[in-house]
Design a protein around this ligand. Structure first.
Ligand code: PLP
Length: 406
């Protein structure tokens, strides 16, 4: 492959751009994972992760991808044959459902059109029908990365309360943590499942479970087989800053730095920034005349936007052209959305100027006309219009507006 000048500008909904500060923090010699420096590091990070999950409860960190943390949540809280209510709102929900099935759970699946999130009224109706309380857990993906749809976890918990049902609430926050407001304690979530490679601005390789007291108690009697994922030895070792096995020490250095950065910016400002960039992207999509997968504005995701290409145009071909011409990877359409949808990730280490200049404006440099997909159907001048859209969103007094609109 020939050298492509400039830094590759990752515009994926994960893994996201890793800031220099985090890269430098990780570029360190390995340390003894049973020595005092590691103990101190782990204690510090576990406290910091509580702030990000907005919880005062326990957090565990696995050296794993997000899928491992899914398995951790299920195996620690449930027993073979237990019923779990899950919603197929997109590809990641569908994959998590498959994990639950493979683990031997009895999954009641609510199908959707992949353009809407979890319907809290359906949660309430299903739980009211379950008079014998056979359903032991409700599993929800907060932000469905394949469709750019964010479900209201607060509304799901309220529905569970109205139904007076004791099921545990398990929530995948892999593509919303540290980017879209998420409140583990306030929404009374039992297990929140996170990953490192999205809002936390780290490479892949860490999985998280934030755990309520109720979930920790359930783990004492849950009978699904587990060893690596078992919370109990984690709790015991984490108390003094250690792990039951070798942690991903250099990723933990990176995590400490990303937590510092999030704290310096302030979590509420981080959420506001993502909201702004989500809105800028959506305005650009409208200016391009393209269609958002998410249909309900209340459910628009502030970390990723999934966009249909016009009928007859290949989304993968468009992604290929954007990668070749601008060295910018975009997210592919997943599952049944493959080749029909491309995704713009707008989470992690973005600022207003980069977002407007590099991201929102990409599509208008019309890729070669006449190729199937590519630029056909994408009118000239889109870049200009979308940058103006971004600039007008940011406001004429903002420095980003000068650099982009000028
Ligand atoms: N859940 C969601 C919402 C995701 O976006 C992803 C990955 O992108 C996963 C789960 C799976 O995580 P991983 O690929 O880190 O195993």
């Amino acid at each position: 492959m020939s050298y492509s000048s400039g830094r590759q500008f990752v515009q994926l909904p994960g893994p996201t751009n890793v800031p220099e500060r985090v890269l430098r923090a990780m570029a360190r010699p390995t340390i003894d994972h049973r020595g005092p420096e590691c103990g101190q590091l782990v204690l510090e990070i576990l406290e910091g992760m509580k702030e990000v999950f907005q919880t005062s409860g326990r957090v565990v960190i696995y050296p794993s991808s997000g899928s491992g943390a899914w398995e951790g949540a299920l195996t620690n809280t449930l027993s073979p044959g237990d019923e779990i209510l899950m919603f197929d709102v997109g590809q990641f929900s569908a994959l998590w459902i498959q994990v639950a099935i493979k683990l031997g759970l009895d999954v009641e699946i609510v199908q959707t059109d992949w353009r809407h999130g979890v319907d809290a009224q359906v949660v309430e109706a299903k739980l009211r029908d379950d008079r014998d309380h056979k359903i032991k857990a409700v599993g929800v993906v907060h932000n469905e990365t394949s469709s750019g749809v964010t479900s209201s976890v607060g509304a799901v918990r309220a529905a569970m309360k109205r139904a007076q049902h004791p099921a545990l609430l398990l929530v995948d926050v892999i593509s919303s943590l540290a980017s879209i407001d998420y409140r583990h304690d306030e929404w009374d979530v039992d297990v929140s499942i996170g990953g490192s490679q999205k809002g936390l601005m780290l490479p892949p390789g860490l999985g998280f479970n934030a755990i309520s007291d109720k979930a920790a108690a359930a783990s004492k009697s849950a009978r699904l087989p587990r060893a690596y994922w078992d919370w109990q030895p984690m709790f015991a070792q984490n108390a003094s800053g250690y792990f039951p096995y070798t942690p991903a020490t250099n990723l933990l250095f990176g995590l400490r730095e990303s937590l510092n950065m999030l704290r310096e910016e302030g979590l509420q400002n981080v959420f506001a920034r993502h909201q702004r960039h989500g809105e800028a992207t959506r305005r650009a999509v409208r200016a391009w005349g393209l269609e958002n997968v998410a249909l309900d504005p209340k459910e628009y995701s502030n970390s990723v936007t999934a966009i249909y290409t016009p009928a007859g145009h290949s989304a993968d071909e468009l992604r290929k052209v954007v990668l070749e011409r601008f060295n910018m990877p975009l997210g592919t359409g997943l599952g049944k959305l493959q080749d029909r949808v491309f995704r713009i990730g707008h989470l992690g280490d973005f600022n207003d100027a980069r977002r407007c200049r590099d991201g929102v404006g990409f599509g208008g440099h019309s890729p070669p006309q006449g190729r199937r997909g590519g630029g056909a159907g994408f009118p000239d001048g889109i870049a200009q219009r979308s940058c103006i859209t971004g600039a007008s969103l940011i406001g004429p007094d903002h420095p980003a507006a000068i650099s982009t609109a000028g």
